[in-house]
Design a protein around this ligand. Sequence first.
Ligand SMILES: [Zn+2]
Length: 468
Amino acid sequence: MRVLTRALTIGIAVALTALLHAQGFDLVIAGGRVMDPESGFDEIRNIGIRGRTIGAISTAPLTGRTTIDAAGLVVSPGFIDLHAHGQTAETYRYQARDGVTTALELEVGTADIDRWYADRKSGQLINYGVSIGHIPVRMAVMGDRGPFLPTGPGAHKVASAAEIKEIARRIEDGIRHGAVSMGAGFPYTPAASPEELLEVFRVAGRHGTPVHVHIRRGVAGLKEALALAGQTKAPLHVVHINSAGTTATAEMLAMIAEARKQGLDVTTEAYPYAAGMTEIQSANLDEYEKASVDRVAQLEWPRTGERLTPESFQKYRKAGGPVVLHTNTEEMVNVAIVNPQTMIASDSYWENGTGHPRTTGTYSKVLGRYVRERKALSLMDAIRKMTLMPARRLETRVSAMRTKGRLRVGGDADITIFDAARVIDRSTYREPGLPPDGIRHVIVNGVAVVANGQLVNGVTPGLAVRAQ
Ligand SMILES: [Zn+2]
């Protein structure tokens, strides 16, 4: 009897599957090289998508209402960016063309989780999410009116015991309201005392929420963050190890490996550019006030391409705007990008019509220059750094990440399809808005947002990524 029931069940299942196939899929991606970093799968297959979900990965032909011919192209999980500033319709467009399907602002974050998500609720091109940020919370509590990063008491005023308590309370409130993680940037808040930082790390530790930190520069900066994480059991994510490390990058990656061996939950990320960018008025640049002429000449004003002098530095500091920091070498960036611990994250930055080329070229640059041209990374390793690793960093707290970053039946249909023989970044410091070449199709929740290398207009399939 039991055997009969089982046979019957299987029979029904087979019939059901056949029926579903006969009905076809909403979207079929036909004949692409399907690469899944979780299983190591790397074969030519057809993918059938129904609604927002991958319904089949198959050698058999699949029929769909729409079919993308992916012959000769790589089919990868959509890229997940853990470090994306801007978070506007404009930056979502730039990032979509670079293959990004989920852009998360986890370093600076926001002071008001509910409002941040409500502001984007009408629909976005790609998936989006945010952290509760120590920087903006501190700005709110200390009364700093800087537009994005603190320039007044948020940066320079020591908080009283009551203010520290209020900062910690608001961070905890943000975590309770579904912040993806907690953000911090010690060089942007130089007046935050060790007691204040310990207090906010304690909050993160209690909730098992990762802290995404822009650490102070060099080995001492990493030691400080590792000590805070160790004391409070807060998971730690060190943002852009390339620019935080510069000449000490290799040593700092070894420190992270050692900390992991000791059982600390610590991860890191990098972007593939030797120059950084930030707001010229931020406290992070206070040290250039009294720096040598050579040191100030590391700064470039992107609107004109000029290198700064002590005089022009003062002039532009009064005006405000993004500034390029030429502080690293290609060699050290390479060390950061190829290290197996490092995720790829863009630190995309765009302000009033200009920004950093990493906003538009991070992922295509890694695929074109590091994988194809220099063979510094295998294609699968690069994809893993862009998809599975960031998903895993967040999935303990954010269940939505458990179905992203991999290509499997039942997974989210966030998919990036590119030409591995052609993909390349084209944006430069002078022309940061140039889109890359070779990113052919980008699917977000089953809907194409880039088709044949062009943006699709009028679609907003992007959903909020938020902890429950
Ligand atoms: Zn950043």
